[in-house]
Design a protein around this ligand. Structure first.
Ligand SMILES: Cc1cc2nc3c(=O)[nH]c(=O)nc-3n(C[C@H](O)[C@H](O)[C@H](O)COP(=O)(O)O)c2cc1C
Length: 264
């Protein structure tokens, strides 16, 4: 993913009627922002801190994805509950911008909580990993369904930058005192990707050591992902849970108002 490789992929993406392009691990390059805007495509950017938010806003980004430290994959250290309002406040001078909340969101009530904080919507990654349609290999899917929210770690062992992932014999080995420091990005990924692919293949063939090593990126909301569902059913659950949460919240305002109207 050097600029040349990214440019070739974007050239293909921009040939399609896409609505939004989202950049991670840094500020989107000015030429890409300009090209996206010239085609009417919104530009988003993953944001792990107030500092990132300001840099993205100054660069002309339209949508911030404020991803807390509980998120699966590359993540910072600040929790979603703190990051979302912090990022919204940081871009107060850029009223055209919207913030999507990310990190730890696996239910409609969490989405409602983020909307209550001022987010325009939720951006989810982990929750899809245990769906019937997911790419997750069965060994890892089973581990995710059994995992609690305490069973993830933030480790540089996969890509060279901190990523939240399922704790496994792999992450334990890289965290041990004898282990070398992971290489910087992109070298660690180049080193580990073929090995991880082999581990997955062996795990699926029933190799006991490979089964212990097998893992994948996932966030702390893995503890809320306890049954394999279709994507349709996850979306339906989000909608009903969101509506119930909003009703509950509305009642907290309506009840005292109603009481004062009736004088009770
Ligand atoms: C398996 C997996 C792969 C991901 N890959 C990327 C990626 O390539 N680029 C990116 O910007 N974010 C990536 N993410 C992060 C998501 O875009 C999202 O910010 C994050 O999953 C939200 O937190 P959640 O996992 O708690 O829902 C990935 C997340 C997961 C779980």
């Amino acid at each position: 993913m050097r600029p040349h490789g990214a440019a070739r992929m974007l050239e293909v993406a921009f040939r399609y009627p896409i609505k939004m392009y989202v950049n991670a691990l840094g500020v989107p390059p000015p030429a890409i922002i300009a090209e996206a805007h010239s085609k009417g495509i919104l530009v988003g950017a993953l944001t792990g801190s107030r500092r990132h938010a300001i840099k993205h806003a100054q660069a002309g980004v339209d949508v911030l994805v404020a991803a807390g430290g509980e998120a699966g994959g590359h993540c910072g250290e600040i929790a979603t509950l703190v990051l979302v309002p912090e990022v919204i406040d940081a871009i107060r001078d850029y009223p055209h911008m919207d913030v999507l909340a990310a990190g730890g969101i696996a239910t409609g009530r969490q989405m409602a909580a983020c909307m209550a904080m001022g987010a325009a919507g939720a951006w989810c990654g982990s929750v899809w990993l245990t769906t019937k349609e997911a790419e997750t290999i069965p060994t890892v899917k089973e581990k995710m369904l059994k995992a609690s929210s305490a069973n993830t770690v933030r480790s540089r062992s996969r890509t060279g930058k901190p990523t939240r992932q399922l704790q496994s014999a792999w992450s334990d080995a890289w965290a041990s005192k004898e282990a070398p420091d992971p290489l910087p990005m992109p070298l660690q990924g180049i080193l580990t990707r073929p090995v991880a692919a082999k581990v997955d293949k062996l795990a699926e063939a029933g190799h006991p050591g490979a089964k212990q090593l097998a893992a994948y990126f996932v966030g702390q909301c893995v503890g809320l992902m306890n049954s394999e569902q279709s994507v349709r059913s996850v979306v339906y659950d989000f909608m009903t849970d969101y509506a119930e949460a909003v009703e509950r919240l509305s009642a907290t305002v309506a009840a005292p108002a109603a009481r004062s109207e009736t004088g009770s």
